[in-house]
Design a protein around this ligand. Structure first.
Ligand SMILES: [Zn+2]
Length: 476
């Protein structure tokens, strides 16, 4: 009951805005109706009408009719902070607004939720230091974002660091200007084609229908957001995409899933971040604040370009080049310009195969026959490979850091030199920080780590009872 009441209150505040929007949208709809009447001559018919149902939370859409829902969310502050959403069903809207703690304000600072179980257990007097510097001091401390949008040679506009940004530090959080189903879901879901319709006609029709929906959402945006949206790059000017669709296809990041569909968002500043195959940031979408958080995954010097990725980074160079082509990007990063791609491709393949090694660590921890250095050496070597490829934002990096932490804890129990608490703390802090940058600190509970650590330590203790060691030893 409580959630229904909350939904109704929010609807009430939407009502005034909706009346204004309705007038504006009515004109668009008249235009579209005239277009639909002639659609048949273009080889297809539209099987649904665009239905402006801005507040359909409690009403399921009529069966056998697909109608997108246009809604402005979360309406909790400045107009430019609002996100124009195109949602494919009432249930999707419900899923969006009933997320726990929605709507939380866009974070202006962020401290990774670290010093998890594993670290806390290392030392009782640890005060939780070890996070990136330059982060805000709690709520209300408005920290100026450490970047500016400026011209980058041969890339157009990009994002540049205005000061040194340490590994793990929060860079910015931003809500999208527009959020909608990924382009392919906008295409053609409500069309029926005549048997003779050509592929080209189908494609055209899909673009036309996508543009219609996006024009409605665009018309509802705050004027400043419209200006920001149209200023973004459009790499699809000559393939039949409408102008708003083109900008969406060029600039949208996948942000979340609602009711089984993938949604993408277009951002004023974050969509300006250029691609690199060795990006110095990672990001995650926070559903509660409806914003994307951007973090440095390695130290970024002042003036350096801040980069992210538009493709799967662990695929070989040729595959990345194909994936980047629709964006009009010919990547000039180190991995893409090395005369011989073989070494980098091999490294990335190796990184893509990094698997969960906890069972192997448990086995090693409990076995008197296996040498101390068996797992540590390869794990540290792997960290170096990942750092050399500039893939500190990868899941593999977080995973290997975690393995190193577990291994060093076992070596500390064994009294092996080189496994001192300092080294352990450095790796543990790095692991926790990078895990936080991926949003895993918020999404994944500590229970799993507690359980795994206990398994590893139990094995190590059982072994020390089997084969008591004398004094300090170096890693063999
Ligand atoms: Zn590249």
């Amino acid at each position: 009951m409580a959630s229904i009441a909350k939904g109704k209150a929010r609807e009430g505040s939407e009502e005034a805005t909706m009346r204004q929007m309705e007038e504006l949208n009515r004109r668009l709809l008249d235009e579209f109706k005239a277009e639909d009447a002639t659609a048949q001559s273009r080889g297809y018919t539209v099987t649904s009408t665009i239905d402006l149902r801005t507040m359909p939370v409690d009403a399921a859409p009529p069966a056998a009719r697909v109608a997108n829902i246009f809604t402005t969310q979360p309406q909790d502050g400045a107009l430019t902070e609002n996100v124009e959403c195109i949602l494919h069903s009432a249930a999707a809207k419900q899923e969006l607004i009933e997320y726990p703690n929605f709507p939380r304000p866009t974070p202006r600072s962020h401290t990774n939720p670290v010093i998890p179980v594993l670290l806390a257990s290392l030392s009782d007097d640890d005060d939780g230091d070890g996070e990136g510097e330059g982060q805000g001091q709690g709520q209300g401390a408005e920290v100026k974002a450490p970047y500016r949008i400026a011209e980058v040679p041969s890339k157009g506009l990009g994002m540049l660091a205005t000061r040194a940004i340490p590994q793990g530090a929060f860079i910015t959080a931003e809500r999208p200007l527009l959020l909608g189903p990924q382009a392919q879901h906008l295409d053609g879901h409500n069309m029926q084609f005549s048997a003779t319709a050509t592929a080209r006609q189908r494609q055209r029709a899909a673009f036309t229908e996508a543009e219609k929906n996006l024009r409605i959402a665009f018309a509802r945006m705050a004027p400043a957001n419209q200006t920001a949206y149209t200023a973004l790059h459009n790499a699809h000017q000559s393939d039949g995409s409408g102008p708003i669709t083109g900008v969406m296809r060029t600039n949208a990041y996948e942000v979340c899933r609602l009711e089984g569909r993938t949604y993408a968002g277009v951002f004023k500043d974050l969509s300006r971040v250029n691609h690199s195959c060795s990006p110095n940031t990672t990001s995650y979408f926070d559903r509660a604040s409806l914003s994307m958080l951007l973090f440095a995954v390695r130290d970024i010097p002042p003036g350096a370009e801040i980069t992210s990725t538009y493709c799967g980074l662990l695929q070989p160079r040729a595959a990345r080049a194909r994936a980047l082509k629709p964006y009009g990007i010919r990547c000039a990063c180190a991995a893409c310009t090395d005369p011989d791609p073989a070494a980098s491709d091999a490294n990335r393949l190796r990184i893509s195969r990094v698997a969960d090694a906890v069972p192997a660590i448990v086995r090693w921890a409990g076995s008197p026959a296996l040498p101390d250095g068996l797992l540590l050496r390869p794990a540290l070597a792997l960290l170096q490979v990942i750092e050399a490829e500039g893939l500190e934002g990868s899941l593999a990096y977080v995973r290997v850091l975690y393995h190193v932490v577990l291994i060093l804890q076992v070596l500390a129990v064994r009294g092996v030199r080189g496994a001192d608490t300092d080294g352990l703390l450095v790796y543990a802090a790095k692991w926790a920080t990078l895990r936080g940058c991926r949003g895993e600190g918020e999404r994944v509970g500590e229970a799993q780590f507690r359980e795994e650590r206990e398994r590893v330590m139990a094995a190590a203790l059982a072994r020390s009872r089997l084969a008591p060691e004398g004094g300090q030893r170096a890693v063999e």
